[in-house]
Design a protein around this ligand. Structure first.
Ligand SMILES: Nc1ncnc2c1ncn2[C@@H]1O[C@H](COP(=O)(O)OP(=O)(O)O)[C@@H](O)[C@H]1O
Ligand SMILES: [Mg+2]
Length: 309
C-alpha cells in the first residue's frame, strides 16, 4: 500500500496562455484517491495528460513505472478511463456490442472481448439489460456502461472523471458504491475526480486537492478536514454587545460572520451560550452548528495559501 501508482514531476499544461495545470509534482498512493477541486482547477487536464490525450507543455510523469511520453501504450493498457463528458453512444447498438467493441479497441481478441463485456456488464448491474439498445438507457445506466467499458480490458487503475454529474441521488449512490467496491472486490486502484467533497468522501480515504492548476493539499480526507474551525452560530434578541463581551471574558473565541455571532466550538459551548444569554439579560433567537463542507475546506486551505504567499 505504500507504493505509488502515479508520479508527476513539474508537470505543466498550458492551452496557449491559459493555465491547465502548473508545476504539478505529486505521488498518487496505491488504493483509492480523490482528485478534488472546483471546476476549472485542472483535474481533467491532469487526467488527459496522464492518458496521453494531451501533451504536457513541461515536465514528466510515470504511471505504474511507465513513462507517459515513451511508453504511452503501456500506460493506456493499465488504465480504464471514464471520461467526464457523455460518450456519444450509438443508440442502436446493444450494451454488449458497445462494451465488447471497447475491449477489441483495447487489444482483446473477439471471443475474450465478448466474455469480458458480459462479465463487466454483470459487475455493474446491467447483466439482464446487456442485449438492450443503448438508446433506451437512462443516464445512470449509460454511466454504468461507461464503467463497464473502462473495466473490460481488466486494467489496474480506474480513473472516473466526475462520474456522478447529472445523476439523481440513487444513481449517484450506485455509481459511487461500484467505484468504491472496485478497490476491495477487484483490487483495483481507483481515482475519482470530482468537485464534490461528499462524492470523494464516500469513495476514498485520500484526496489530492486542486486549485487553479496547482496542488493545494494532499492527504487523508479525515486529516484534511479535521482541526478545522467548527463553530456555533448564534443570534440573540437583545443586548448583543454584552452577550459577546461576557462570552469573550469566559475565554471563548467569538467573531461576526454574516450577521451571526460565531462561537468557536469547544466542550459545553452550547451550555455556556445559554448561561451567558441569561447573564446578559437576553434570549437566544437562533442557535445552529456549522459543519465542515467542501467550501469550508477550500476556504481554509485558500486562507493558508494566501497566508504563505
Ligand atoms: N481544451 C481547452 N482549451 C483551452 N482551455 C482549456 C481546455 N481545457 C481546459 N481548459 C482550461 O484549463 C483550466 C483547467 O480546466 P480543467 O482541467 O477542465 O479543470 P477541471 O477538470 O478541474 O474542471 C480551466 O481554466 C479551463 O478553462
Ligand atoms: Mg473536469
Amino acid at each position: 500500500m505504500s507504493t505509488e501508482i502515479i508520479t508527476t514531476d513539474h508537470l505543466s499544461k498550458f492551452y496557449g496562455s491559459v493555465r491547465g495545470i502548473h508545476e504539478v509534482s505529486i505521488k498518487v498512493p496505491a488504493g483509492g484517491v480523490g482528485f478534488l477541486g472546483p471546476n476549472g482547477a485542472g483535474k481533467t487536464t491532469l487526467i488527459r495528460t496522464l492518458l496521453g490525450i494531451i501533451r504536457p507543455t513541461k515536465g514528466s510523469a510515470q504511471v505504474l513505472g511507465y513513462d507517459i511520453k515513451s511508453d504511452i501504450n503501456q500506460v493506456r493498457d493499465r488504465i480504464g478511463y471514464i471520461p467526464e463528458f457523455n460518450t456519444s453512444f450509438i443508440p442502436d447498438m446493444t450494451a454488449m456490442k458497445f462494451v465488447a467493441f471497447c475491449g477489441r479497441m483495447n487489444g482483446l481478441a473477439n471471443s475474450e472481448s465478448k466474455q469480458r463485456a458480459s462479465d463487466s456488464l454483470y459487475y455493474v448491474g446491467l447483466g439482464e439489460e446487456r442485449y438492450r439498445k443503448l438508446g433506451t438507457f437512462s443516464l445512470g445506466m449509460k454511466q454504468k456502461v461507461k464503467l463497464a467499458s473502462a473495466l473490460v480490458h481488466d486494467p489496474e487503475i480506474i480513473i472516473a472523471d466526475e462520474p456522478t454529474n447529472g445523476l439523481d441521488p440513487t444513481g449517484r449512490n450506485q455509481m459511487l458504491e461500484l467505484i468504491r467496491n472496485l478497490q476491495t472486490d477487484q483490487t483495483k486502484h481507483v481515482i475519482l475526480s470530482s468537485h464534490l467533497l461528499r462524492d470523494v468522501e464516500q469513495t476514498t480515504d485520500y484526496a489530492i486537492v486542486f486549485s487553479e492548476g496547482e496542488i493545494l493539499a494532499q492527504g487523508k480526507i479525515k486529516e484534511l478536514t479535521s482541526g478545522r474551525r467548527t463553530s456555533v452560530s448564534v443570534k440573540v434578541k437583545y443586548n448583543e454587545e454584552e452577550f459577546v463581551r461576557i462570552l469573550k471574558s469566559k475565554g471563548f473565541e467569538v467573531w461576526d460572520e454574516g450577521g451571526f455571532i460565531e462561537v468557536k466550538k469547544s466542550n459545553d459551548t452550547e451550555k455556556s451560550i445559554f448561561s451567558t444569554a441569561y447573564e446578559a439579560g437576553t434570549e437566544i433567537r437562533y442557535l445552529g452548528s456549522r459543519s465542515s463542507t467542501l467550501e469550508d475546506v477550500f476556504v481554509d486551505l485558500f486562507r493558508n495559501k494566501e497566508g504563505i504567499k
